[in-house]
Structures are given as C-alpha cells and as structure tokens.
Design a protein around this ligand. Sequence first.
Ligand code: UDP
Ligand code: MN
Length: 604
Amino acid sequence: MRPRLRRTRLLTIAFFLVIVIGFFFIWTRNNLTINDHSDDYVSLRLQKDQKDYIDRKGVHVIVGRFMGDSIDSVNTANISKELINKNMFDPRPFEGKNGEPVIIPPKDYNQMTQLYRINRFNLMASDRIALNRSLPDFRKRKCISRYSDLSGLPKTSVIIVFHNEAWSTLLRTVHSVINRSPRELLQEIILVDDDSDRDFLREPLDEHVKNLSIPTRVLRSRERLGLIKARLLGANEARGKVLTFLDAHCECTVGWLEPLLEAIGKNKTRVVSPVIDIINDDTFSYTKTFELHWGAFNWELHFRWLALTRRLLKERRDYSIEPFGTPAMAGGLFSMNKDYFFELGSYDEEMRIWGGENLELSFRVWQCGGSIEIAPCSHVGHIFRKSSPYTFPGGIGEILYGNLARVALVWMDDWANFFFKFNPEAERLRDKQQVRARLMLREKLKCKGFEWYLDNVWPEHFFPKDDRFFGRIIHEPTERCLMRPISRGFYIQTGYAVVDVCSPRLLLGQMFVMTKNGIIMTDESLCLYAPDHETSQKQPKVKVMACNDMPTQKWKYDYKNNLLIHTASGMCLQATDEFDVPPFIAPCNKNDNQRWLLDTVPWK
Ligand code: UDP
Ligand code: MN
C-alpha cells in the first residue's frame, strides 16, 4: 500500500511539474512572440522606405534600398574629425574568408558602434577583411560552360562613383573587379570621387591605384554632383565599348562579368544587371540571394524586389540560366553599351544626388526599344544599408520626390497623375520641374507609352488601368472600408485584412484594384486571399499576402446582390460591425453583412 501511495504522489508531483513547465514554456513563447511583434514594429518603420520585397510565401524579406535619414549628417556630428579621417584598415589573416561573417569581440563593441555611424555599416568589421578576401563560386555548372568562350566579347570600363566611401569597401570593390574579371574584358577602372572630404581618399588613393594591374584612374569633382552626374562624368571619360557601373561597396564573384558582356555583345540595346547578393552591413558575411526575383516598384515609385511570376517561370523553364527581362533595375550595378547609353539620352542631368534614376533609365530603355535584364549567372555582392550616411543638400524628401516627379512627368502618362494624386510630397514639387528637354528626347526616340510598358513588360502589375476596377471596397451595412492591415500607423506586408472607418482623404491602404480575372490587389503586390478548404475554423479569416495568381486569390463580384464571392471556396466575403474582427468568408446567405460596394475612385 505505502509504496504505491508514494508512487502515486510522485506521479502527481511529476504531472504538475510538467504542467507548470509547460505553462512556463508557453508563457515565454508568447512573450517572445510579443517581443517579435515589437521588433516587427521597429523594422516596419524602416521598411516603409526600404527597397524590400516579399517572397512567394508572403514572408517579408528586407533587401533594402533605403532612403537617407531625414536627420541629415547628424550621423557624424558626435564623431571627431580625426576619427572620420583616419584610415583604420587593418586586415587579419583569413578574417571574412570565403564570405564568412566577421565576429567582433565584446571588448571592441563600443568603438565598433561608434565607427558604424560613419558609413552606416560595420566599418570595424570591414577593416579587418583583406582587400582580396575569397568568396564562393555561386554559379550553376551550366553557367560555367555557357560563358567559357570569351572571343568576340566587348571590353568594358568599370565606373565606380563614391562620396566619402570607406577605404576598405571601396578598394575591396576594385580588387574584386581585378581579381575576378578576365583581363581581356577590362578596358580600365574609373573611380569618380564625388567631392569626398576624407584625406585618405586623396593622395593615398592616387598612390594605391598606380600599382594596380588594370589601368585605374581617379576623377575628382570638387563640387557635390550626386551619383547621377558623377556617373556621367565617368561615362564621358570611358574608353571601353561597354560601361559597367558599380557602387563603391561591392564584391564581384568569379564569372560575374562574362554574362553581362555576352548579352550586350549580342545586342547593344540590352541593359544587364547581375544578381545582387547581400553583404551583411553588420558582419560582412556574403549571402547569395534569389536568382529568380525581378525588380519593380510600388505606388510611391519605391523600388521593390518581387518573386518572378508563374508566367515567367513557365516561359523560362528551358532557359533557366539566360538573362531575363525585368520591369526595373535596382540601379547601382549594371552594364550598358556606351554608344547606346548616350544615344538614349544617358541620364536626366536635372536629377539630384540619389534616387529615381534607376526607374527613369528602366522606363526609358523599355519604352524606347531596349530591354532591362538580370543575368542569373552573374553574382555581385552589395552592402545594403539601413540608412544613408551622407548629406542630402536641400533635404532627402525634396531631392527624392523631385527626382521621382521628373520620372513620372516624362515617362508615365496617365499614371503620373495617379502618382501625384497619392503622393502629395511629389505633387508639391511637380510644377517646379522643367522637363521639356526630356519630353523632346522621348519624342525624338519615338518611345512607346507607359500603358504599353505595363501591358507588355509587367503584365502582373498592380497599378490601376481602364479595364479594371480601382477604388474602395465598402462594407455596405457599416459603411466601413476594406483595408490592408496596419499596425500603429504602419502597413504590414502580410496579415489579416481589416475593415475600418473610411478615410475622408484618399488613403492608399484603402485602395484596391480588381482585375478582369478577379484578382483583388493593392499596393506592394499584395492580394486578398482566403483558404480554399474548410479549415479548422468554419469562417476562415481573409488575409492580404503576396500575389501569386492562385485560385485562392480570385474573387467574383456579384453586381446583383453586391456579394464578393471567393472562387476557390465558393464562399462570400463577410464582415461584422465589431472593429477587431477581421473580414472572413462564410457560406453565401445574402445576409446584409455580406454586402459590399465597389466605390470607384478616379485616378487619372
Ligand atoms: N554616391 C555619390 N554621390 C552622392 C551619393 C551617392 O557618388 O551624392 C555614390 C555612393 O558612394 C555609392 C553610389 O553612389 O557608391 C550609390 O549610393 P548608395 O550606395 O548610397 O545607394 P544605395 O545602394 O543605398 O541605393
Ligand atoms: Mn550602395
């Protein structure tokens, strides 16, 4: 009797222990989730202005072209001039080899944090990596044989513009070009110093480039040109048949150049970018990125990476390593035939400092008869920063939206009005832009319109068009609007749709496009989604997630009964008058809560 009793007691204690530990576990997990959300919040704030993209599962991946800090140049305010001016390049054997991360010991954290602010990347880590560090060969086997024959390929000038770049990143870019390009394809390297004020970027740089095995020149501007005019300065001096532009913090991997030059050699109207891999701004580890993403832009004309659409993947099945057309390029890394560059109007010289030039060139090339492409066999790493380290004279908003206003006015036809309508910051700068010369260029080159571009280059685009609905989707009984999920004022990339008070002013998050095929989409290539089978819940909640052209993202509007019917499930979109309940789908029953109005908003 006694031992049994003891065993029972032991079992009971064990049982309770398991429960307590279990609860504790769940509690910490929940806490973690909550923390995750707050991290989300922080990164969302950053994401608003990043070039970020959504992968096909709807997971948000940050690969950003960030906008600069609005608090211009405050970044370096507390750092002494001596420190900024000091070249602390101090390579350690094997540090960062093969693209591995650099680990800084805790004792150096203080200085590391301070140095980080100078370039907005981990300068201390960069300074510990050799200029010729090794990197993996990322090419598919097919790529190697495909580009083994160099005969007949044009030579290129490599043009690298910089403004106050770090010594180690700038020269690692240069050395990676020299070490990983076939000698016979390199005409020269041209460095364009856009009014840097670091001492080590003057004589020491001139001295260093004298000894390189590829002719390398440093051109200097003593006034701040901005990257657009700085690249033009380099292009005007270039002797190669092809111009290859790189940012000043890149690392080329073996075989990067051949695919770019091969495509241009075949047809000079092809403008080709490598796959842009990620050099981590913290650890300087090198991460290969997706080969099958292309570049596009959102309703604010911010650049975005998007997963290749199913249409394209299908079309490309047998050509998987050939370059493919992309609606837009990131802009920092690409090759282009020099004559074609100038015939096509080089760059818009009225664009200042940074931003918009990548879309301007992308639209111009496509609309005037060329193509923008990505070569999946070519891999070049780039440090993506979370913010810009340099000043934007006149203010980042003024500069970026001024540049974008120019892009819209010259190239986007009716869609320019759409852009201005929803981007008051650009609208404010609209009348200040003199674009006559660029419009004349468009005329002279007999370029096609923006509608042609959308239809042919980017059929999956999420912009309004005359053959689709654009406007608000209003829940009839509550007069509230369907909208993208937001959290504390910032849009979330994936999550449950929301039904909220309709905004009296036009709010992008409450605008939807519905195509003839029944896809309900909104900015950022997000689509209204519901599951196709009866899940554990009887009334599955409706989400927005990355568009994927699947039946679970298709809907039909029943004009007679004002129903939105989900194709895959046959159920109806429904909402309640409670604020916290996301819209869901439920069996269609002509209940008032299933009634929706498509409220057209004029966009031109
Ligand atoms: N740059 C420049 N002048 C400027 C701004 C930028 O020469 O006024 C250079 C910069 O040093 C870099 C390239 O232009 O080599 C692209 O800038 P950045 O890397 O900041 O752009 P992102 O990669 O963030 O788009
Ligand atoms: Mn860059």
